[in-house]
Design a protein around this ligand. Structure first.
Ligand code: GDP
Ligand code: MG
Length: 643
């Protein structure tokens, strides 16, 4: 056969050259032509399939096909070959799409809502870069004096002092020191706000003030705060508070913090320590000086001469004024009448107020300001970006709202033990971050030591928190912000933490044997994690009565809180979020009858083999060991049943 008539749209010019040639048709010419055609075909295909595509968390097969310039049927066939059955309208997760596209030499970039709708901005003009005030967050253990300190600072502020010190709460405020320098304080003490902002990638804090009571010294939340600040790479200034009390012992605090890596300058370290009394307003001026010094080291600058970019700190609905949000300007100058996009909503600055409630016309970098004129309620941490005009603001918002709808309830790509190897190969992590929570400090330390030894040349294992106690919401927020996994050793997440973990898709792994944890992580790091046997939680029951039956042992009269229990299930006994026993169910009865299954909302009697410690109020976690084959879509299923 001669060369296939591939190209119906061939140009007349080419046709004529070919006709001329056909006068002396030679075999070589035909072969050459054939080769050329084949090459062209391959090239056309290579050009047709892009080298790289952008997708959000999930994508339908048809949309992916469109982006890749491939027939959907071809993709579906390829998916089948990979063990995934999908229809044209079905959505596949980003991971599957990545593997699929890689078969065609096409790289998949996972982008967020905001990446997809980036608002182009001009580069900063170096001449417009001026110093901006530092933005400070106060953190520390409960009752060590965060609120009192924020109050004391506000009242020391010379400017507001002249107005009688009446400040309204807008979530942030700015003070002016006697030297004329300004400092902005985020007035939302506590770690939740800090971590939440960071989880959304919107860290605005430049400096953390760590408040530690000189009486109590370092406490769990003190350590937590240090973890957060370190993970975010934000410098810490220590404020040793309550030095007015006779039992205060600042040196003890210094020793404790030195052990945690915060070494005072006077001891040869680099951390600034201030001794204060928030109550008596002592040492506040020195603390402010320390902040200014740190700010100078950080060389904080921003362009004042451009369209403003800011972050939402708080938002609420105010009767009579509509949606009101406090924002902190990061760049540029915000003015009345500016059109903006805040999160997924458009708006136009109708009015602005400073932290003292004064109406203002413009706001420069690091200034906290209350803004009116939003068309929808933005979330804390959302970007606030000024754009040229209303029309553009609306166009961007429309696009974001559309994307949001699409993204809603969808999988967020997080590092889990199951996808670790792929994420490492994709060059996305070189570091596996782990949070360890355990029932006793001893086992936590042991596990930490063991895991840290697992670091290899390719992957570093970093334990970013190791503490005794149940898995808290804060642990989950921290894991989400840092893309870490959580290991619970004989402990459970609190119900709120579990919910949060489900929502944030944080991988929580529970163990009661140290080397099992070590083994799993090692396998995951080596990319051979094949969880063929997996514990799957199927139900939860609360112990209401205890019966001791001769020869049988303990039978628990329980109420099924959720899920179900089978006669063949296994059970973990949980007391105050700590696992105290694990074993098999020996009997399952409703009234006097043996039954196979009891579901949520019913009472039943559960006999537990070999268990001799059970109390009213204990929680029984019912689980079954199931066999799970490792398939392409697995990482996704995993997230949901693990936490
Ligand atoms: P927060 O939980 O960290 O916000 O702590 P608060 O600011 O609410 O303070 C907790 C308690 O400690 C309150 O009763 C304060 O009055 C008290 N307190 C705060 N700072 C000092 C201080 O410098 N000296 C003394 N004696 N008490 C203080
Ligand atoms: Mg407080």
């Amino acid at each position: 056969a001669g060369p296939a008539p591939m190209d119906s749209g061939r140009s007349p010019a080419r046709k004529s050259t070919q006709r001329k040639r056909t006068g002396f048709v030679r075999k070589e010419d035909i072969e050459l032509e054939k080769e050329l055609q084949l090459k062209k075909k391959a090239e056309a295909r290579a050009i047709a399939i892009p080298k790289s595509i952008d997708i959000m968390e999930n994508i339908s097969v048809s949309d992916l096909a469109k982006k890749m310039n491939i027939k959907p049927a071809e993709l579906i066939a390829k998916l089948m070959a990979l063990g995934v059955m999908a229809t044209i309208n079905q959505k596949i997760d980003a991971e599957t799409a990545t593997i699929l596209a890689s078969e065609y030499g096409c790289e998949v970039k996972i982008v967020s809502l905001y990446d997809e709708t980036v608002i182009e901005k001009a580069a900063d003009n170096p001449d417009d870069l001026w110093h901006r005030p530092p933005i400070v967050t106060v953190m520390g253990h409960v009752d060590h004096g965060k609120t009192k300190l924020l109050d004391a600072i506000r009242k020391t502020d010379v400017v507001s002092g002249e107005y009688g010190g009446i400040t309204q709460h807008i979530g942030a405020y700015q003070v002016e020191t006697p030297s004329g320098d300004r400092i902005t304080f985020l007035d939302t003490p506590g770690h939740a706000a800090f971590t939440k902002m960071r989880a959304r990638g919107s860290q605005v804090t430049d400096i953390v003030i760590l408040v530690v009571s000189a009486v109590e010294g370092v406490m769990p939340q003190t350590k937590e705060a240090i973890d957060h600040a370190k993970a975010a790479g934000v410098p810490i200034i220590v404020a040793i508070n309550k030095i007015d009390l006779p039992e205060s012992n600042p040196d003890r605090v210094k020793t404790q913090l030195s052990e945690l890596g915060l070494i005072p300058e006077e001891w040869g370290g680099t951390t600034q320590f201030c001794e204060i009394s928030a109550l008596q307003k002592k040492g506040i001026a020195e603390l402010l000086d320390a902040i200014l010094l740190q700010a100078e080291i950080l060389e904080l600058t921003a362009s004042f001469n451009r369209m403003a970019e800011a972050k939402i700190i708080e938002s609420r609905i105010d009767q009579g004024r509509g949606i009101v949000a406090t924002i902190i300007v990061e760049k540029g100058t915000l003015r009345i009448g500016d059109s903006f996009v805040a999160g997924i909503f458009p708006g136009k600055v109708r009015a602005m107020f400073d932290d003292k409630g004064n109406r203002i016309e413009e706001a420069t970098p690091s200034t906290p300001v209350e803004v009116l004129g939003f068309e929808g309620m933005p979330n804390a941490g959302d970007p606030f970006e000024v754009v040229e005009d209303e029309k553009f603001a609306r166009a961007v918002s429309d696009k974001r709202q559309e994307l949001k709808k699409y993204e809603e309830g969808k999988n967020v790509k997080k590092v889990t033990l199951d996808n670790l190897y792929e994420t490492i190969s994709a060059g996305e992590v070189q570091e596996l971050k782990v949070i360890i929570k355990g029932d006793v400090q001893g086992s936590v330390e042991a596990l930490k030591g063991m895991l840290e030894k697992l670091s290899t040349r390719e992957v570093r294992l970093a334990v970013i928190r190791a503490a005794a106690g149940a898995i808290s919401e804060d642990d989950v927020m921290m894991a989400s912000a840092s893309d870490a996994i959580i290991i619970g050793f004989n402990v459970r997440p609190s119900p709120a933490a579990k919910l949060l973990a489900d929502r944030e898709k944080v991988d929580i792994r529970k163990y009661n044997i140290i080397y099992r944890a070590q083994e799993d992580i090692q396998k995951a790091m080596e990319g051979m994690l094949s969880p063929e046997l997996k514990e799957q939680d199927v139900g939860k029951a609360e112990v209401r009565n205890i019966f001791r039956v001769p020869k049988v042992g303990i039978v628990a009269g329980v109420y099924m809180l959720e899920g179900l229990v089978h006669r063949t299930s296994q059970v973990r006994v949980i007391r105050e979020n700590i696992e105290i026993f694990q074993g098999k169910i020996s009997s399952l009865k409703r009234f006097k009858d043996d039954v196979k299954e009891v579901v949520a909302g019913y009472e039943c009697g559960i006999g537990i083999a070999d268990c001799n410690d059970l109390k009213e109020g204990d929680i029984l976690e019912i689980f079954e060991t199931v066999e799970v084959a490792r398939t392409l879509g697995k990482a996704q299923e995993d997230g949901s049943d693990k936490a």
